[in-house]
Each structure stands twice: as structure tokens, then as C-alpha cells.
Design a protein around this ligand. Structure first.
Ligand SMILES: C[S@@+](CC[C@H](N)C(=O)[O-])C[C@H]1O[C@@H](n2cnc3c(N)ncnc32)[C@H](O)[C@@H]1O
Length: 247
């Protein structure tokens, strides 16, 4: 039987196609980075790593999921790119071994920092990333706008059809005790009657204030806060929380 993780790593790019606004922002940051090295944390299928490597950056990209790293490795090979792809947990220091303090820009996109949900993991993760940055190096984070969900006991996103795979992707948050959320993910056969693949992750619903205080505690300065990658102003109603910090 296929696991949720296997199916998800295969259809991830079809569920969330690359967005021009993400690439425009990353490209601007890479062009202004004080050193030509980039660190992409929780890189998934490697789309940002590949975009930045094609732009001339030397990229290190890390992810906890071996299936995601495998997809990223294949995509880098297809593009003829050499990317330092690492299987590792973003909250652990060994994941960043050998990187020194030479990184000009870092990113953690696609609502990934929320997986640093265990006590201390967020602070450790941001601390490791900050320690890799040269002075003036930037760190771009994007999460779902959890200020918007602050009072809801649960929230279901609109389903996303994936016609190329005959699947429908569903996801839903459920608020638990202790300030964490259960994030329920499902891949259903769109024809009905097929198997439904499921996974549940514990996540930390990071508000703008949570993010900013963790970044500042790691010695970074918040430079911008936007409501999405198109750089609209942040508000509690905006779809995303996008924060640009610098060391
Ligand atoms: C929604 S995907 C986002 C992928 C990519 N950043 C993007 O924007 O397309 C979330 C990724 O976070 C990774 N992840 C979750 N927990 C992690 C951890 N502790 N360390 C590293 N990666 C992690 C997952 O394996 C998954 O690939």
C-alpha cells in the first residue's frame, strides 16, 4: 500500500505549483545577498533550491523527509545542478554541520517552520539558521496567517483537486490543548471508492508576534512583514505571514 508520505512527495508540486511572486521575491533577495550562498530549510521537493541555484547561488537545502529529499535530488540532477541536499531535522545542530557563518540568505517557506512544534524547537531552529548567516544576511519565513485562525477550534481549507494524479487534497486544522494544532492531511481518489491516504502532524500556530520575538531573540532584526509573497501589507486578514529578517 502506498503511504501518505510517498504519494504526497510525488504530487506536492502538482498541488502547490510554483508561484511567480515567490520566485520574484527570492530572486530579489538573492541578487542583494551579501554572500553567494543560500540555505533553504525544509526544502520539500527542492523548487526554491533549484531556482536559487539556477540564479547562481551555492545552495544547501535540508529536509526531514527522505522522500522529499529524493524528489529534490532527482530534480537537481535533471537540471544538471550541484546542490548540497541534506536529510536532517531543522532543529538539530548536526543538520547545519560545516556551514560556518558564510550564508548570505536563508528561507523557510511553505508553512514549514510550524513543524518546530516541540518546546524549544522553534528557538533552536532559528538560532541555528541565524548562526549560519553573514552580517547583513537575510532570512525569509512564510507561514499561514495564524492570527486569522486565532479563535477557531478548527478550520478546513478548500479541497485542492489534482487531476493529473486523480486525487483530491484536503487539509484541516484542529486546535488541541497546550496551544498546538493537529494538522490533518488527506489524499482521496477523486473517482471515489479508492483508498484515502492520511497523515496528522502536530504544528505550532505561529502568530506574527511569535515569529518576530523568536527572530529577535536569535539576534536578528525584522526588516519587513508582508501578507503574502506579492508583498501586500500584513494584516490579520491576509492569507499568509511573510517575514524578512536580517542578521
Ligand atoms: C509544506 S512542505 C514545504 C516545502 C517547501 N519549503 C516549499 O515551500 O515548497 C513542508 C516541508 O517541511 C518538512 N519538514 C517538516 N518538519 C521538518 C523538520 N523538523 N526539519 C526539516 N524539515 C521538516 C517536510 O518534510 C516538508 O517537506
Amino acid at each position: 500500500m502506498t503511504s501518505f508520505e510517498t504519494a504526497f512527495s510525488r504530487v506536492y508540486d502538482a498541488i502547490f505549483p510554483p508561484r511567480p511572486s515567490v520566485q520574484a521575491l527570492l530572486g530579489d533577495l538573492a541578487d542583494r545577498a551579501p554572500a553567494p550562498r543560500w540555505l533553504d530549510v525544509a526544502c520539500g521537493t527542492g523548487r526554491h533550491a533549484i531556482f536559487l541555484a539556477l540564479r547562481g547561488m551555492r545552495v544547501t537545502a535540508i529536509d526531514l523527509d527522505p522522500l522529499m529529499i529524493r524528489q529534490a535530488r532527482r530534480a537537481a540532477q535533471r537540471a544538471g545542478l550541484s546542490i548540497d541536499l541534506r536529510l536532517g531535522d531543522m532543529s538539530r545542530s548536526e543538520t547545519y554541520r560545516g556551514l560556518g557563518r558564510r550564508i548570505g540568505g536563508a528561507s523557510c517557506l511553505g508553512n514549514s517552520l510550524v513543524y518546530a512544534a516541540a518546546p524549544g524547537d522553534l528557538e533552536r531552529t532559528i538560532g541555528h539558521i541565524a548562526a549560519c548567516l553573514v552580517d547583513g544576511g537575510c532570512f525569509l519565513v512564510q507561514v499561514v496567517n495564524f492570527d486569522h485562525f486565532a479563535d477557531r477550534p478548527s478550520y478546513a481549507f478548500p479541497p485542492i483537486p489534482v487531476p493529473s494524479a486523480g486525487l483530491i487534497f484536503r487539509r484541516r486544522y484542529e486546535r488541541l490543548e497546550g496551544g498546538v494544532l493537529a494538522f490533518h492531511l488527506e489524499l482521496d481518489s477523486d473517482a471515489g471508492g479508492g483508498e484515502t491516504l492520511k497523515a496528522t502532524h502536530l504544528i505550532r500556530p505561529l502568530t506574527l508576534a511569535d515569529l518576530e520575538s523568536a527572530l529577535e531573540a536569535a539576534g536578528m532584526t525584522v526588516r519587513e512583514r508582508w501578507g503574502d509573497f506579492d508583498r501586500r501589507p500584513w494584516s490579520a486578514e491576509a492569507p499568509a505571514t511573510v517575514v524578512l529578517a536580517a542578521r
